[in-house]
Design a protein. Structure first.
Length: 451
């Protein structure tokens, strides 16, 4: 599904005025979904009409003036797109930086709570063991030892043996009790640290959410600027050609050509979508057949050793493979092949072919569509319950979903590219749980999907 296209009417105006009006319109478009009480009314950008062009052809000075105006508008459209994209990329990078801080903070909080739970469990086990020692000591030394010896005729060796055993038992009980106290103290300390980390995480998560909203608004403005350029540039160029070539092109001729051009573009788009869908169905069927032959049946993980599984293949659990290709880089700390720096790699890279399909790994709501720093073009989907998936390095023009859109497992969301910090076409795929990232391989494997 492509993003919406906004077209504008075409009367005459000066380039500077047109750019001011365009900036106002784009700023308002970027704030859709936000309550703005004091925003000025949107005004449509204006362009020369074909009547203006025809009238200018009859007089050289008017023709030259019209040529200068149209060239200025075309240049202004390109400038608007470049400026909007630069701003979207800047805010996308700010979103990535804020989100990375939130991810690390969430993982720290989760690790502290996990350690606290482990120490609490050890303390509980140690306390139980200390209790068993105390009970054993009570059973062994509950009667008066001297009376027992006189009555029972035990010799000195028996008495010394019993006293030694009780002493060792007492020492063991004391060590276990001390360990239990220490572990309980550590557990309380770790829990306190986790609570403090959770408070800091709230601020970082909110900051990341704010940066995401800003980046999404900027991405929408860039898309609107691009859509306006696409909707008007070809007509302006046709008008310019009519003035400079001496050939009397009319609006009717232009519109006829545009209908033919757009019909051909739509035909090619539908053919590409149909071919992608056909490939998904064929590869999913092959993957399912391979799983059945391996004795996995419908519920076994679908795998082809890392390279043969298709996007959309899965176990019927509601989760599917997001793209084809082998894993070319795994989850964890690595040397970044693009920057050369050692850093956390928050997902896995799948060596998918350029412009091949990327599908939603599961049903959810699209949260973000736009630039994301080193990830290039990026989509994030919220699946509920603290679970999200993210998809990076999407090709320019490759988005097939919009923010707020509901998707199902296997829905086409984008096309594979090499945008951002990338050395070649591939999909960077992430799984987020509870605010932090987790390794997608075991996460997806637990849901019946192999890589």
């Amino acid at each position: 599904m492509s993003r919406s296209v906004v077209t504008a009417p075409r009367p005459r105006s000066a380039p500077t005025a047109r750019r001011r009006l365009l900036a106002t319109g784009l700023a308002i478009a970027g704030l859709i979904g936000t309550l703005v009480l004091d925003a000025p009314a949107a005004q449509a950008a204006t362009y020369p009409s074909w009547d203006d062009v025809v009238a200018a052809r009859g007089k050289e000075s008017a023709k030259q003036s019209q040529i200068v105006e149209i060239r200025g508008i075309i240049d202004g459209l390109s400038e608007d797109v470049d400026a909007a994209r630069a701003e979207a990329e800047r805010l996308g990078a700010a979103f990535e930086a804020a989100q990375r801080k939130a991810l690390r903070a969430a993982e720290k909080e989760q690790a502290l709570r996990s350690d606290a739970e482990e120490h609490a469990e050890v303390a509980e086990a140690s306390a139980a063991q200390a209790g068993r020692f105390a009970a054993q000591m009570a059973r062994s030394g509950g009667a008066d030892v001297t009376t027992s010896v006189l009555a029972g005729g035990e010799d000195a060796r028996d008495l010394l043996y019993d006293l030694g055993a009780l002493s060792k038992l007492s020492e063991q009980a004391e060590r276990v009790e001390t360990a239990a106290t220490n572990d309980a103290s550590v557990a309380r300390s770790l829990t306190d640290q986790a609570d403090r980390a959770a408070l800091a995480l709230e601020d970082l998560a909110q900051a990341a959410q704010d940066r995401m909203s800003e980046a999404q608004a900027a991405s929408d403005r860039a898309q609107a600027a691009y859509d306006e350029q696409e909707a008007n540039k070809s007509r302006l160029e046709a008008q310019l050609a009519s003035l400079t070539s001496g050939r009397a092109t009319t609006e009717a001729q232009y519109e006829k050509g545009e209908r033919i051009r757009k019909a051909e573009e739509e035909r090619r788009r539908k053919a590409l979508e149909a071919e992608l869908a056909r490939q998904q169905r064929a590869q999913a069927a092959a993957a399912a057949a391979a799983a059945a032959n391996q004795g996995g049946g419908g519920g076994a993980p679908v795998s082809s050793g890392g390279g043969g599984a298709a996007p959309g293949s899965g176990s019927g659990s509601g989760w599917v493979r997001p793209a084809g290709g082998w894993i070319t880089s795994g989850y964890g700390v690595r040397v970044n092949p693009y920057t050369g720096a050692t850093a956390m790699h928050d997902g896995i890279d799948l060596g998918s072919g350029c412009s091949t399909a990327i599908v939603a790994a599961s049903a959810g709501t699209v949260e973000y569509v736009g630039p994301y720093g080193g990830y290039g073009n990026y989509v994030r989907i919220n699946h509920g319950g603290g679970v999200r998936t993210a998809y990076g390095h999407i090709v320019n023009g490759g988005f097939r979903v919009s923010p707020g859109q509901r998707v199902n497992a296997g829905t086409l969301i984008a096309l594979v590219g090499s945008t951002g910090n990338s050395t070649g076409c591939h999909l960077h795929f992430e799984t987020h749980v509870g605010g932090g990232t987790v390794n997608p391989v075991p996460f997806m494997g637990a849901r019946g999907v192999g890589f």
